[in-house]
Design a protein around this ligand. Structure first.
Ligand SMILES: *Cc1c(COP(=O)(O)O)cnc(C)c1O
Length: 827
């Protein structure tokens, strides 16, 4: 801040937004094109125009943003810091035009410059800073927080390369780097002046501080964390929150001495090493690899975020004892859990609080969201690695654990088995820190992400902790933002809804209930069916343009889009397709008896997950045989557009008739894709898993195709001894489908290509695909029968939309506020 007295009248007030008129927009747009991009309209490229348009939208939001930052700082009300290693944001332009209410003005303004705004929309590369559901959830939450005017900051990592771009080479996944920053990034604001220095390695030493024994960390190396701010505009409420993503840079960008001594490569080496930390998103979803760089990323972003909050968001002279009245750090899964010992270290080592005081503060300032039920997804860090990278933090974790286990002994006596089971330090296969346990011990609350998941978390994953900390465990069922996944993704349905019940449902999604009586109105059903047909046309055009793929005319669109993982059971759907195909191919079934269907898959596999990649290969192989066999022409199509991302989701989901949510019961924590589909009027074929349970309760059994074992049935079958080969032997359709794959029919006669998939199912089948096959096929036949009555189907689809308002992420935020955050309603 400079001390120069402010004299100019314009400098005194808040900045004024540009005029919200077509002329005003044109003026601003041309200014940006000329003065920022440095080009004239006549010579500008589409990318210049896209950037200038984005900057113009930004300019309109700027006054609000600055005002909200000022207000949040001034009010010092309790707010939320959402800590997430991933934000799968999707495209920004559309969302920001919608939120600011500028869509029509911008469209008209650009048209008057001879520019079709839709062509510019297509140019935006979405920031893919997340893997799948978890990252998308964080993006939905920051949208809801802004829309609900909750004081909050999202903190994360600005990966230079987000989730890889997927292509197929001869049906197999190939990964390309995601160069989302290559063409310019108009939505971010770097703030190098607000950088934080983040340290690593070294050792600790104790010293005498006026008679008090203290510890200090003497790190070995450090990096700069540079914040990049992103606007998160609320939906037409004039609010703009902040998403702050950290980028790593070398501390001494260039060591001149080293350079002058002729060691050029040594000088840049340090720079390269440091910037590696935020270089790339780990593409593993549900299977963390325990890599050192990943722990560096985690510590890097949470340490920077905590420091940013303490140094820059708190009023000067703030008494840290009151921190719990000022902030709650929500931990999105275990990725940010190293924040717990970091806050302890800052409070004790740097701010001089005593341990007990610091712990009292810390245990009120964190809450933890668990996102999994898969044991292999529960993150652990080897003591060895953690101690090498963060020696002081390891000491702090040991002490937290020691005191925790002492209190366990106080309550339960010397039950050594229990002590071992609850220790934050696990001993097998190597000594390691169990991050979920650390989060559970430190968190004021621990939540699961759907009713069933929260129950299993208490009963099966962390039962000892649930017993020890009664009242700590709670549920917040996930949600999705209706702005992006209904209003933006499905303009036709949005118009129909607004025409029917008026506007305002976008921020009050329970109002969709008002649609329910209209399900009985034939004219409304016809209009709804027309919307679905329109969305299918849009998808047909998009897939043709994007990938040259042809959606079947008049087909039932059967869609399974999500990460490729064995627990999600894409193989069930593959077996269904192969069964239908085998029936016709062997002459036992007439093609004309099959309901015409186009199966659409979208899925990325973690690059190191061999089985998942093989399943992708199989889907493509089945597609290329089925799509080229004249015997099933006009009946079966299998499409697998590559690179499933938010942008593709927004096109596919509104067009779907059938939503495949077919994980093994007890494995999918919640799912959010399931909610997006139901809200867009697709019927679900699904197991009793995750949020499917709640969807079915809300929409009713008549409007949901349930199949498969329940979680207790799954547990009982495991207990009794599951032998998949018995299911293979006992079901002729299944046997024929498996045999056809094994015969090499989809691999040019080569039996070895898909043999690992077949034997995995026959002899291992961890996710009980074969056990649920019979039930699944039966449910699919029920789908066919239901689809034959189009009018009844449409009625069910309407009821899905009308009854799923609960799944707005606004409702999730209200639950967090009420059950966990206790943040006051803001102005
Ligand atoms: C919603 C979404 C997901 C999560 O889908 P699930 O079916 O819940 O696994 C993954 N990726 C993208 C791009 C999404 O939009």
């Amino acid at each position: 801040m400079s001390d120069t007295p402010v004299s100019h009248p314009l400098a005194l007030g808040p900045v004024a937004p540009p005029a919200s008129t077509v002329d005003g927009f044109v003026q601003e747009f041309l200014n940006n094109l000329n003065f920022r991009q440095g080009v004239a309209l006549s010579t500008s490229s589409d990318n210049d125009r896209y950037l200038a348009l984005a900057e113009t939208v930004r300019d309109y939001l700027m006054a609000r943003w600055l005002e909200d930052q000022r207000r949040q700082h001034e009010r010092q009300a309790k707010g939320v810091c959402y800590l997430s290693a991933e934000y799968l944001l999707g495209r920004q332009l559309d969302n920001n035009l919608l939120a600011s209410g500028l869509n029509e003005i911008a469209t008209e303004a650009l048209a008057s410059c001879g520019i079709d705004i839709d062509e510019l929309r297509r140019l935006e590369v979405e920031p893919g800073l997340g893997n799948g559901g978890l990252g998308r959830l964080a993006a939905c939450f920051v949208d809801s927080l802004a829309t609900m005017s909750v004081p909050s900051i999202g903190y994360g990592i600005r990966y230079e390369f987000g989730i890889f771009r997927q292509t197929f080479v001869e049906g197999q996944q190939a990964e390309q780097p995601d160069q989302w920053l290559a063409m310019g990034s108009p939505w971010e604001f770097p703030h190098p002046e607000a950088a934080q220095t983040i340290s690593f390695g070294g050792h600790t030493e104790s010293y005498d501080d006026d008679g008090t024994q203290r510890t200090r960390w003497v790190p070995a190396w450090d990096v700069q964390a540079v914040p990049y701010n992103y606007m998160v505009p609320g939906y037409r409420n004039g609010r703009v929150n902040t998403l702050r993503l950290w980028s790593a840079e070398a501390t001494n960008a260039f060591d001149l001495r080293t350079f002058n001594s002729g060691e050029y490569s040594e000088a840049v080496r340090a720079q390269t090493f440091a910037s590696n930390i935020s270089k790339v998103l780990y593409p593993e979803d549900s299977t963390p690899q325990g890599k050192e760089l990943r722990l560096q990323q985690q510590y890097f972003f949470v340490a920077a975020s905590i420091r940013d909050f303490l140094d820059r968001q708190l009023a000067e002279g703030f008494d840290l004892k009151n921190l719990p009245e000022r902030v709650i750090f929500q931990l999105n899964d275990t990725h940010p859990v190293i924040a717990v010992p970091e806050l302890m270290r800052v409070l004790v080592d740097e701010r001089g609080l005593d341990w007990a005081e610091a712990w009292e503060i810390t245990r009120q300032c964190f809450a933890y969201t668990c996102h999994t039920l898969l044991p292999e997804a529960l993150e652990v860090w080897s003591v060895d690695l953690l101690g090498r990278l963060l020696p002081r933090h390891l000491e702090i974790i040991y002490r937290i654990n020691e005191e925790f286990l002492l209190s366990v002994r106080e309550q339960f006596g010397d039950d050594e088995m229990r002590i071992r089971n609850m220790s934050i330090i696990g001993e097998h296969p190597e000594r390691s820190v169990r991050m979920a346990y650390l989060a559970t011990v430190a968190g004021a609350k621990v939540n699961g992400v759907a009713e069933l998941h929260s129950q299993l978390l208490r009963d099966k994953v962390l039962p000892d902790f649930a017993e020890f900390f009664p009242g700590k465990f709670t549920n917040v069922t996930n949600g999705v933002t209706p702005r992006r996944f209904l209003r933006l993704a499905n303009p036709a349905l949005s118009s129909l809804i607004s025409d029917t019940i008026g506007s305002g449902w976008e921020t009050d999604l329970d109002r969709l209930k008002e649609l329910e009586p209209h399900a009985e109105n034939p004219a409304f059903r016809a209009a709804f069916a027309e919307v679905k047909a329109h969305n299918k046309d849009r998808l047909r055009d998009e897939l043709m343009l994007r990938d040259g793929l042809v959606v079947g005319e008049g087909h039932l669109l059967d869609v399974m889009v999500k990460r490729l993982h064995e627990y999600k059971r894409q193989m069930l759907q593959v077996l269904h397709i192969v069964t239908l195909y085998e029936g016709v191919q062997s002459g036992r079934v007439k093609a004309s008896d099959i309901t015409p269907r186009t199966f659409i898959f979208g899925a990325k596999a973690a690059p190191g997950y061999a089985m998942a990649k093989r399943i992708i290969h199989l889907i493509n192989a089945v597609g290329s045989v089925v799509n080229n066999d004249p015997r099933v022409e006009g009946r079966l199509k299998v499409l697998f557009p590559p690179n499933y991302n938010v942008t593709l989701a927004e096109r596919v989901i509104p067009a779907a008739d059938l939503s495949e949510q077919i994980s093994l019961a007890g494995k999918e924590a919640s799912g959010t894709g399931n909610m997006k589909f139901a809200l867009n009027g697709a019927l679900t074929i699904g197991t009793d898993d995750g949020a499917n349970v709640e969807i079915r309760e809300l929409v009713g059994d008549d409007n949901f195709f349930l199949f498969g074992m329940t979680e207790p049935e799954v547990a009982a079958l495991w207990a009794k001894g599951y032998r998949p080969s018995e299911f293979y032997q006992g079901n002729e359709d299944l046997r024929r489908a498996m045999d056809l794959i094994a015969s090499g029919a989809f691999s040019g006669g080569d039996r070895s290509t898909f043999e690992p998939i077949v034997s995995n199912l026959l002899y291992d089948d961890r996710f009980m695909v074969l056990a649920d096959y019979g039930s699944y096929l039966q449910a699919q036949r029920t789908v066919d029968a239901a689809y034959a009555d189009q009018d009844a189907w449409t009625r069910s689809a309407i009821l899905n939309v009308a009854r799923c308002g609960f799944f707005s992420s606004d409702r999730s935020m209200r639950d967090y506020i009420e059950r966990i955050w206790h943040t006051p309603p803001s102005l």
